[in-house]
Design a protein around this ligand. Structure first.
Ligand code: GLN
Length: 202
């Protein structure tokens, strides 16, 4: 954490829902910075990989050197949270990806891209999030993936329709839905707490 005690969270600013996450981090009491270059990861407590298009985000991450830099920083204690396309990018295996689609393997999970069916473009559902305070959380799903394989050490925090849609492994968190679109700060607050603890360990 910074000297002021504020948790510093970067939002990967290559493509996708960046400004919504910056606002959600601030609303949850953190300091948010858009991240366009790997050098900017230094000094952060956490990084959010936003939703968007996982093939595009993955390709741009490769081009700018993030595919090496993010796992390296995560190894040194950076907390990482991926939403939707971000969840896909964090996985070890992608089903229904495009050939050669980059993924970081930050979490020991296998995901199904567009796992709720291409025809079901988007929907909302009330979710029960394990370990988070308060009542149901409104999940906004947009061409969402789900988590099909969970390795040892991966905890399922929410499911919908028999499919796992929120997972945590150590300092990594991922949701198939978009909390940055709901105005409910609880998931971002949860991530900020993870990131604050990750910072303490460094
Ligand atoms: N289906 C998109 C992908 O494969 C993810 C959609 C999203 O992030 N809202 O990247």
């Amino acid at each position: 954490m910074g000297t002021t005690g504020t948790v510093r969270i970067g939002v990967l600013d290559l493509q996708g829902a960046v400004s919504e996450h910056l606002e959600a981090v601030e609303a949850a009491g953190g300091a948010a910075v858009p991240v366009k270059r790997p050098e900017q990861l230094a000094g952060l407590d956490g990084l959010i990989i936003p939703g968007g298009e996982s093939t595009t985000i993955g390709r741009l991450m490769e081009e700018y050197g993030f595919t090496e830099a993010v796992p390296e920083a995560a190894g040194e204690g950076l907390a990482v949270y991926g939403t939707c396309a971000g969840l896909i990018v964090m996985a070890r295996e992608i089903e229904d990806g495009v050939p050669g689609q980059p993924c970081l393997g930050l979490m020991d999970i296998g995901v199904v891209r567009n796992g709720f069916g291409r025809q079901v473009d988007s929907f909302e559902a009330d979710l029960v999030l394990k370990g988070l305070p308060g009542g149901p959380f409104r999940g906004v799903f947009i061409r969402a993936p789900y988590v099909k394989r969970l390795g040892a050490g991966v905890e399922a925090l929410a499911d919908f329709d028999g499919k796992v849609v929120m997972v945590r492994q150590g300092r990594c968190l991922a949701t198939a839905f978009h909390p940055e679109l709901t105005g409910d700060p609880r998931v971002h607050q949860y991530f900020l707490e993870m990131a604050a603890r990750a910072g303490e360990g460094r």
